[in-house]
Design a protein around this ligand. Structure first.
Ligand code: BES
Ligand code: ZN
Length: 651
């Protein structure tokens, strides 16, 4: 069984028959016989990570030392990984690691005499989602084990880009995306956030490639093909990251800056100019930034996510560089993870809201502090509308913040509106009920209390009970609190948010739909991205093609460089049979690989036979430039559409 015991007292818990899922409310736990029960706080909480073969209750990696070579021609990383191990179980005789499509050349253990000796190992057949379990025979429980290995050119956690797929078109590029369970495709390891480790790396690459990692990157590093890194804080495996390419550095402040291809660096530094203020704001609220530098690496447009909170080096999509700083909440979000996620980490993907929900709340606080409440509210409303649209009877199991065991088969497919938006909404509910002063102090203490630990929803709930609910009685009942965590849907206690700017936009849209009068250019010229998004999102399911043409004539949505607008406009165009947009749709789907931006358009396309044909044609061309994560999602949608009879084409 794959499980690890967090907190104290394994024996007491077993004696008490306590092996409940950490994500069930305490009230549902089997009652322990009082004679053997440990006090509630000392009870063991069995945390099982369904998405890892590792056995962290037996042994834990405390340090990882990598010695790797990046080979662009072969699209591989190869070298050695050396683990420092803490054997918790003195009877353990195996080290079990996660791998995916790795070739393992050799495994050695270091004896008490300092000599490296070969160890026997077996690589199990691959599971589609989890990869291959690597079992190493370690009868002597060595403190150090070393593995020599090579990655596959198809590693799910790496993308290798030809020069033509970069901004500069001269040099190749590669980057990792380890979350959720893709670190195992480029390093054999205990790929569960239950385990935290420090790391060092020595990496060689072609001389003209700059290599960066989620570690102590030196803004002045010489590009010589030989790089060394150190990450002295303990991190979970999903925060292990690497990138290599034609990258230059541009400072923003003395502790923040951007890394990007040369032509992108000045634009990125300008777009993200407020990063220093964001760090200051977060520090004022939640205590010191504990990671040294905070830099942002701008990746090519094939990066499958908006951002990834790799410690000290956020990875970011270039699609948020719009020239008007309207999408910088992405930086606020990834920076916020320096507290919620990287410092206090979920112990399994089932607890994703602890990372993403708390972070989305902190993100919104940073936006409010820097750009004002109206903008922060607009951002909340857009997300809450998405949540309402995403929740349905079929995904009820994924709607509680604490997802039950066995529900989440592929951790890349968590219901994002639950973990992000419902999670943030829960935080805002608590903030409103307890008051800002108390709630800010609570969160700050929470980050300190669990700093550099990985915790379950149950641990959060216990901590909140002691430090909020019981400390300030009469503000929130346990039942109200639990409803957010364990029930589907949005609880009736949810605080509502409104925006007068959005009300004006609703009125403008209604006027156009009813009378055909478009809002004046003098008005729309002041609209920000969120306001345009709201204008489009409030449209009926379909419009007449002539209506879309009228909007295009006035506002030029088709061909927009703004991905957030494209994400909403193109599906509306597809649903409405506005085929004039097809050319630009094809270009957009080939230019951008960020999953969130392009999936709504693919989803709309596959609903009709003609659309499905276009989706397949475009995908065939775009696929070589897509990241494996995006490829997987698009293939899924196309395959499902082909298996199910398509809807009749719209008249
Ligand atoms: N940690 C996530 C990205 C992620 C989540 C990768 C789960 C793999 C599995 C990151 O912090 C994130 O939330 N990114 C968002 C951006 C944000 C502004 C909401 C994204 O990529 O859209
Ligand atoms: Zn996030």
């Amino acid at each position: 069984m794959r499980h690890s015991l967090l907190m104290l007292s394994l024996a007491a818990a077993l004696a008490a028959g306590c092996n409940q899922d950490a994500n069930t409310p305490a009230a549902n736990a089997p009652a322990a016989p009082s004679s053997t029960a440990a006090p509630a706080a000392a009870q063991a909480i069995a945390v099982t990570d369904e998405h890892s073969y590792a056995q962290p209750d037996k042994v834990r990696t405390t340090d990882l030392a990598l010695d790797l070579a990046v080979d662009f021609a072969k699209k591989t990383i190869s070298g050695t990984a050396t683990y420092t191990l803490d054997w918790l179980d003195q009877n353990a005789n195996q080290l079990v690691l996660d791998t995916r499509e790795l070739t393992i050349q050799k495994v050695e253990g270091q004896g008490a005499d300092g000599q490296w000796k070969p160890l026997q190992f077996a690589l199990a057949e691959a599971d589609k989602i989890l990869g291959s379990k690597l079992t190493i025979e370690t009868p002597e429980r060595p403190q150090h084990v070393r593995i020599a290995y090579t990655t596959s050119p198809n590693a799910s956690g790496l993308q290798w880009l030809e020069p033509s797929m970069t901004e500069g078109k001269q040099q190749p590029f590669m980057f990792s995306q380890s979350q959720q369970i893709h670190a195992r495709s480029w390093v054999p390891l205990q790929d569960t956030p239950i385990v935290r480790f420090t790391y060092t790396a020595h990496v060689t690459a072609p001389k003209d490639a700059m290599v960066l990692m989620s570690a102590d990157n030196d803004p002045k590093a010489a590009r010589d093909g030989d790089y060394s890194f150190r990450m002295p804080q303990k991190i979970p495996s999903y925060l292990l990251a690497i990138a290599a390419g034609d990258l230059v550095f541009q400072p923003i402040t003395d502790r923040a800056g951007v890394w990007a291809e040369p032509s992108m660096a000045p634009k990125a530094a300008k777009e993200f100019a407020d990063t220093g203020k964001m760090i200051d704001t977060a520090e004022k609220l939640y205590g010191p930034y504990r990671w040294g530098r905070y830099d942002i690496l701008v990746l090519p447009p094939s990066f499958p996510y908006g951002g990834m909170e790799n410690p000290r080096l956020t990875f970011a999509t270039p699609t948020v560089i719009t020239g008007d700083q309207s999408l910088v909440s992405l930086v606020a979000h990834e920076l916020a993870h320096s507290w919620s996620g990287n410092l206090v980490t979920f112990s399994t993907a089932k607890d994703a809201w602890l990372n993403e929900g708390v972070t989305s709340y902190v993100e919104n606080r940073i936006i409010e502090a820097l750009y004002g409440k109206p903008r922060a509210d607009e951002e909340s409303i857009i997300k809450r509308n998405e949540l309402k649209a995403e929740f349905n009877d079929a995904n009820k199991d994924l709607q509680p913040l604490a997802v039950k065991a066995g529900v989440l088969s592929d951790p890349d497919n968590n219901l994002s509106s639950t973990v992000y938006t419902k999670g943030a909404w829960f935080m805002e509910f608590l903030e409103k009920r307890f008051g800002r002063e108390q709630f800010d102090a609570f969160l700050r203490d929470y980050f300190d209390h669990f700093a550099f630990q990985s915790i379950s929803t149950r641990q959060f709930a216990d901590y909140a009970k002691a430090n909020l609910l019981d400390k300030y009685p009469g503000k929130v009942t346990q039942a109200e609190f639990d409803a957010w965590l364990y029930e589907p849907g949005v609880p009736s206690t949810a605080p509502q948010t409104s925006s007068s700017a959005f009300d004006d936009i609703d009125a403008a849209r209604t006027a156009w739909l009813e009378k055909g009068t478009l809002p004046d250019a003098a008005v729309t010229s002041k609209w920000n991205t969120h306001e345009w998004v709201h204008f489009i999102e409030g449209m009926p399911e379909t419009l007449k093609p002539e209506q879309l043409a009228a909007l295009d004539a006035a506002y030029h949505f088709t061909g927009t460089p703004n991905g957030e607008i494209a994400q909403r406009w193109y599906p509306l165009a597809v649903r409405s049979g506005y085929t004039q947009a097809n050319g630009e749709i094809a270009k957009f789907l080939q230019r951008v690989g960020r999953r969130k931006l392009i999936m709504p358009t693919y989803n709309a396309l596959v609903k009709t036979p003609d659309g499905l044909k276009l989706a397949e044609e475009v995908f065939a061309k775009a696929k070589p430039g897509y990241h494996p994560i995006t490829t997987g999602s698009v293939e899924d949608v196309i395959e499902k559409a082909k298996a199910a009879p398509a809807e009749a084409p719209k008249q």
